[in-house]
Structure formats: structure tokens, C-alpha cells
Write a protein that binds this ligand. Structure first.
Ligand SMILES: Nc1ncnc2c1ncn2[C@@H]1O[C@H](COP(=O)(O)OP(=O)(O)O)[C@@H](O)[C@H]1O
Ligand SMILES: [Mg+2]
Length: 404
């Protein structure tokens, strides 16, 4: 069995070090954070899934109770069992801790035997009830480039359509190209409400029903959360909306796709924070390569894990561009998808509001999109293929066999 991961948060580095030595000796994997803000940032990366957190109470900037409240308000984190470890003996503090959502309370100094027993008990309890808890293991793909016109929306719409059609599931498509979003148009849906309505009604108690009402379904099962109708309305949407909506979608749906504008602002960074995959779109020209280099540099400076970012080459023009090998060498990353040039077919698809993946199963663009969707799908889906196989997936398998 894989080792269970425990997150230890304490502003005192000696305490985290001691705890780490003790827990590792017992066979746990340990991550320590000396700053509660760092801990929260780390937790909000959906690839980090600790089995338990042990937190100190008194920390500068954010108390342990505040940290717990943030965690319990985040639908994708509230599963996390928490032990609060503190020098405080005060009963009122303990009550406040349980109210904030702490699962167990230990007063320092605590013997290592007692600590280990409590950890084991809490982990066992969490395992028993995990069947009914939201697992938050949906995949969120944010499609991004700092360069306009590289095909972000084309990739986002067709990837969402491919995922929905091969696995026959509803796939939310969130349009965060707030000033000029085209996803609703590209799916020929006529939205009566958009992300703006969500921004206006959003409260601490936002629920999935509210979000569902703003999702507009396409026959492919893609459900678009449209961008604002006008550029002026874009200002009404804050990062808080993204921080609240995406975790819900991640809990409810196996896949969510997010389209973005060509800016790296707080909105896009909030989407990155909630993403399991960031798809960086490049075209075979120098401008987009520079934009990709800049984006990778910024993401590195902001401590995003390098394996969160996946490169997609979109050949918006047929010949004479920089080669895939040169692009990989320049960016120091492998391409996960190569989308062929399609002449005017993609533009026609936009004009008619019919994604190529939906209308034309045999088109090379469809093949590339389905291949990418399949590559990004979890193994347990690939091992338990839906019966009967969706036509698009059957087509993909037949085509890949005849090519070999
Ligand atoms: N593979 C492709 N081949 C040909 N044209 C493409 C391709 N991908 C995108 N385009 C065209 O490029 C333009 C910009 O695409 P779009 O998806 O709107 O980009 P973005 O969302 O990055 O601004 C559109 O006119 C679209 O039809
Ligand atoms: Mg776009």
C-alpha cells in the first residue's frame, strides 16, 4: 500500500522537524509547512492529497482555527481529517476548535504513543466514511496562452466535446475569457444567464444547484458556463467566483475544461490553482513561442509544479512553421498533443456553432482531440470502458489499429 501522507503545520521549525522524524519512522510520508498561508496554497493544488493534517494553533498571520475554517469551507478539502496540536489548555479554545471543524485535539506536550494512536484512529475513521465523501478527484483542464488567436477556445471547446463524447459524461466548460468569451457561440447556445449572475448571487453558501442553473447544455453533453455578455460586465467577476465554482465542479464531474483570455491575471491564476492540468497552447511561430517561454517562467516563479503544465501544438497554418522538435527543445518540454492545420474548417465550425469533434468524427482535428482527451483520462476509466463503446472511441480504436 502507498504510504499515507501527513501535512504538519507549525510556525516553529524545530517542532515540524521533530514531528517529521517521528512520523517518518512510523512509515508515513510527511510534508511540513511553517507558514499557514503556504500550507493553504499547497493544499489547494489538487494534485496534493494528504490523508491527514496536524496543525499548531497559535501561528502568526493566521491561527490554526482560521486555517481549519478555510479548509472546511473548500468543498474539495473538507474531507481532510485534522488534529489540532497546541499548548493551550483552555476549554473554550477546544470548543472553538471543534466548531471550526477540527476532528481531534491534543494538548502539548503529547507523548509520541498517544499522538500515533490518535493518528491511526482518525485515519481508520476517515477510511470507513470515505465512500460517502466527495473525493474531489475530477480533472480540471485550463487551456491557456499569453498570445491571442493561438486556438485556446478551439482546443477548449473540442477537448470538452471529445471528453463528453468518448466517456458519455457531462463536461462543464467554464469560459474565463471574460472580456471576449466565445464558448457559448462556438456551441450555438443562447445563454440567458452567464458567470455574471453567479458572481452576483455568490455567497459563502454557494451550492451546486446555483452553478447547475448557469450551465447551458449542448447535445454533446458539454455544459458551458458562459463568459459575460459584454466586456463591461467582466469586471463583476472576481477570483473568488473561480475559487468557489471550480472546486464544486471538480467534486461533481470527472472532467471540467476552462477557457481563458490572453492575460495572466488573478482570474487565470485562480483557475490554475484549481487545475489538475494546465494546457499551454503554442502555434509554430516565434510570438507564441516567446509567450509560452514567458508563461513557463512566471509559473516557475510562482511555484507551480512543472508537471502541471502540458504543451499542445496547434498548427493554425499549414506549412513553414517552427518544427515540433524545435518547439520541444526551446521550451524544454514534450508536446502532449499536435493539432493539424485545418484551413477554414475551424473557422466554419465557429461560424456555425458546431464543434468539429461533434460533427466530423473522421476529421484529423477530431482524431488529434480524441487522442489528447484519451491521454488525459484516468486509467480506471480506460480499464473499464463503457459498453457499448461510444462511436467516437470505437472510431479512435479502429483508426489507431489500422495505423499500426
Ligand atoms: N488547427 C487550426 N487550423 C486552422 N485554423 C485554426 C486552427 N485552430 C484555430 N484556428 C483558427 O484560429 C482563429 C483563432 O482561434 P481561437 O480558438 O478563437 O483562438 P483563441 O481562443 O486562442 O483566441 C480562429 O479563426 C480559428 O478558426
Ligand atoms: Mg478564445
Amino acid at each position: 500500500m502507498a504510504k499515507q501522507l501527513i501535512l504538519v503545520v507549525d510556525d516553529n521549525p524545530t517542532s515540524t522537524k521533530m514531528m517529521s522524524i517521528l512520523l517518518r519512522k512510523e512509515g508515513y510520508e510527511v510534508i511540513t509547512k511553517n507558514d499557514p498561508f503556504d500550507a493553504l496554497k499547497w493544499l489547494r493544488n489538487p494534485t496534493h492529497r494528504p490523508a491527514l493534517m496536524i496543525s499548531d494553533l497559535n501561528m502568526p498571520g493566521m491561527s490554526g482555527h482560521e486555517l481549519v475554517k478555510h479548509i472546511k469551507h473548500d468543498p474539495s478539502l473538507k474531507y481532510l481529517p485534522i488534529i489540532m496540536l497546541t499548548a493551550q489548555h483552555d476549554m473554550a479554545q477546544k470548543v472553538a476548535g471543534f466548531e471550526a471543524g477540527v476532528d481531534d485535539y491534543l494538548t502539548k506536550p503529547v507523548s509520541s504513543t498517544e499522538l500515533l494512536l490518535r493518528i491511526r484512529a482518525l485515519l481508520a475513521r476517515a477510511n470507513i466514511s470515505s465512500g460517502v465523501k466527495p473525493q474531489a478527484d475530477g480533472r480540471v483542464f485550463t487551456v491557456f496562452s499569453l498570445r491571442g488567436g493561438v486556438g485556446r477556445s478551439t482546443v477548449a471547446v473540442n477537448l470538452a466535446t471529445a471528453l463528453a463524447m468518448i466517456w458519455q459524461v457531462k463536461v462543464p466548460l467554464v469560459d474565463l475569457s471574460l472580456q471576449n468569451g466565445h464558448c457559448a457561440l462556438m456551441l450555438n447556445t443562447k445563454p440567458h444567464n452567464t458567470i455574471v449572475e453567479l458572481a452576483e448571487t455568490i455567497t459563502d453558501e454557494i451550492d451546486i444547484d446555483l452553478i447547475e442553473k448557469a450551465l447551458h447544455s449542448h447535445p454533446s453533453q458539454v455544459a458551458v458556463l458562459p463568459a459575460p455578455m459584454t466586456a463591461a460586465e467582466a469586471e463583476l467577476v472576481s477570483p473568488a467566483v473561480v475559487q468557489q465554482v471550480l472546486p464544486y465542479l471538480r467534486v461533481e464531474y470527472p472532467f471540467t475544461v476552462v477557457d481563458t483570455g490572453a492575460v495572466l491575471d488573478d482570474i487565470v491564476l485562480s483557475a490554475f490553482d484549481q487545475s489538475t492540468h494546465i494546457l499551454l497552447v503554442v502555434t509554430p511561430e516565434l510570438g507564441s513561442l516567446k509567450a509560452a517561454t514567458d508563461s513557463l517562467k512566471i509559473m516557475e516563479e510562482l511555484d507551480y509544479a512543472p508537471d502541471l503544465v502540458h504543451l499542445v501544438l496547434n498548427n493554425t497554418f499549414p506549412k513553414g512553421g517552427i518544427s515540433p522538435e524545435e518547439i520541444e527543445a526551446a521550451l524544454g518540454k514534450k508536446l502532449v498533443g499536435i493539432i493539424p492545420a485545418s484551413g477554414s474548417v475551424t473557422a466554419q465550425a465557429i461560424n456555425t456553432g458546431k464543434p468539429i469533434v461533434y460533427t466530423t468524427p473522421e476529421h484529423p482535428i477530431t482524431r488529434a482531440m480524441v487522442k489528447m482527451a484519451y491521454t488525459f483520462s484516468p486509467d480506471d476509466l480506460k480499464k473499464n470502458l463503457p459498453k457499448p463503446l461510444s462511436p467516437l472511441l470505437r472510431h479512435f480504436y479502429t483508426a489507431s489499429k489500422t495505423r499500426h
